[in-house]
Design a protein around this ligand. Sequence first.
Ligand SMILES: [Cu+2]
Length: 337
Amino acid sequence: MKHFTIVSILVILLTVFVYVLLQAVGLLPTQASSQAVIIDQLFDIHIGIISFLFSLIVVFIGYSFIVFRRNKLLPDEEGQHITGSSKLEIVWTLVPLAVVIFISYLGAISLAETRKIDPQALEVKVTGGQWYWSFDYPDYGITSDALYLPVDRQVKLSLTSMDVIHSFWVPEFRVKQDVLPGENLVKELRFTPIETGDFMVLCAELCGGAHAYMNSPVKVVTEGEFQDWVDEELGNFPQDPESLGERLAKNNGCFGCHSVDGKDGVGPTWKGLYGSEKTLVSGEKIMVDEEYLHESIVNPNSQIVLGYPANVMAQNYSELFTDEEINNIIAFIKSLE
Ligand SMILES: [Cu+2]
């Protein structure tokens, strides 16, 4: 009995110590959504349970090592033989069962809480592709490569993929949703940002070569700043073909593979592209003119640049863009000397 009292006290002390230590280390990023607060309560309970189980095992083993080690002063006799204990078995079945049921109850409550629907939610359509995110605001007619969100207002994301499975994840918001290709597999995700600041959407599903770089900025701003951003997006930008082309390229993920500063990427840089001479995989040498650029966008596999992979660029840009839009993109590429 003496041993059990000492061990119990040690287990309690170590549990408190480990728990406080883990809290002090700060395992989780800031809580930037109301869902994060709820989810972190679950994390908190789990960290408590983990601290207790860790202490239970470590203290029993450590105590036995030290106190019950083979000792010359004690007679060298065999210990007591024990074969089963129904009482103990019932206890160690029922207690964990109760704990697991209790945790699933908490889980169900929290899940319902994090999925609460606010009819006033801001709608954003999210498209994931190899390797970019694109955000559409149907209420405003805006497409953006950064996710702008007003603080303290629920956002309802409808997520879809252009190609393979991606996963939308902002660690500070805690919620995560797989993004699937296919029109009838659009997924929904709701959360309410509660803190202004800059965050980052990550792709949490291994989706190919540049998966690790599939990040886009998330900017949580005040309602007023959000309105300013909307106004600017809707009109206050230059309307000449080059600027329009740059916006199209930026908003449709071209910059995920093509740089405009000469750096090599998944695809060739656009800097100095127009008027240059290119060698194709076929061995043919061509001069880059408007016709070539047009063909490279609407029918990329018709002429593959030497040293770069085929079948990487989407094949449906001719459906996605109007002729005028393609001409604007070409005007932008031409301007990059
Ligand atoms: Cu991805």
